[in-house]
Design a protein around this ligand. Structure first.
Ligand code: CAA
Length: 283
């Protein structure tokens, strides 16, 4: 099936990056959010990140303008009804994601493919609440979306081969690389990455090292571009905790127990960069 138009639900950190890369690849993008302020902020972020690519010689000013012209915004989910592909990139809460799909269904063409950018929630379960589990799969981008090469493609139990092949072709057209994953808690990247971050928080909690020494150790000792605590702040501590909980609940193994210090930071509202405070102070 050919995909021309893409509806992106959620204009936050991931949604605006997804809109950015699809528009650059020539797709028509309709970006949806519950607030006009959220949409305007997303357009400003996309402009800033496109400018960054222009100034580094990655794209021309004409390509930037053409990409921006391909992005439209709407507050109404119903407007996404004619899109060939839907990418849900809302908050990492299952009830929110389910409600979005339920609200969308009455407006959709029968051929529309549904995807979720969830970082850990069961694709099979989300799909089962829709009228088209065979046309539903996971499409998981990494942050920052315009920079990171990987997209995880997650096959739900009912995903059909046509949908799977179509989405592999879409990822190829984006100029990114697909990793195929089966539908188990947190898939591949977060199954490995988030327990490492949780272990870094335990290392801090137990006084083995300071924030600085933990981050420097992984940056200089293992060549990670960011230390694990800096990366946790970048991803969002609430998202890291949500993923640990999905692993803990889904795999029933104590090795996935969220570190109490991670829980405490989230309870304090110290969520990382987005709240100006996490393991580092951004105020
Ligand atoms: N949009 C467009 N371009 C961007 C960008 C953005 N938001 N952020 C950075 N860039 C570009 C820069 O322009 C620069 O481009 P060039 O190489 O062409 O010069 C390049 O990215 C590197 O940026 P900087 O030089 O400014 O900064 P840096 O070298 O410190 O790199 C980083 C920044 C790319 C974020 C790097 O620190 C990094 O790779 N960090 C790890 C990120 C990571 O692990 N992401 C995965 C998180 S897990 C996830 O997303 C899954 C989940 O579900 C939780």
């Amino acid at each position: 099936m050919e995909i021309r138009s893409v509806g992106v639900v959620g204009a936050g950190q991931m949604g605006n990056g997804i809109a950015h890369v699809f528009a650059l690849a020539g797709y028509d993008v309709l970006l949806n959010d519950i607030s006009e302020e959220g949409l305007q902020k997303a357009l400003a972020t996309i402009e800033k990140n496109l400018d960054r690519q222009v100034s580094r010689g990655k794209i021309t000013a004409e390509v930037k303008a053409a990409a921006q012209a391909r992005i439209e915004t709407t507050l109404k989910l119903a407007d996404l009804g004619q899109c060939d592909l839907i990418i849900e990139a809302a908050t990492e809460r299952e009830t929110v994601k389910q409600a979005i799909f339920e609200d969308l269904l009455p407006y959709l063409k029968p051929t529309t493919i549904l995807t979720s950018n969830t970082s850990s929630i069961s694709i099979t379960r989300l799909a089962s609440r829709t009228d088209r589990p065979e046309k539903f799969m996971g499409l998981h981008f990494m942050n920052p979306v315009p920079v990171m090469q990987l997209v995880e493609l997650i096959r739900g139990i009912a995903t059909d081969q046509d949908t799977w092949d179509t989405m592999h072709e879409v990822v190829r057209r984006l100029g990114k690389t697909a990793a195929s994953a089966e539908d188990f808690p947190a898939f591949i990247v977060n199954r490995i990455l988030i327990p490492m971050i949780n272990e870094a928080v335990y290392t801090l909690y137990e006084g083995v090292g300071s924030v600085k020494s933990i981050d420097e150790s992984l940056k200089l000792g293992a060549n990670h571009p960011m230390g694990p605590l800096e990366l946790a702040d970048f991803i969002g501590l609430d998202t890291c905790l949500a993923i640990m909980n999905v692993l803990y609940d889904g795999l029933a193994d104590s090795k996935y127990r969220p570190c109490p210090l991670l829980v405490k930071y989230v309870e304090a509202g110290w969520l990382g960069r987005k709240s100006q405070r996490g393991f580092y102070d951004y105020r």
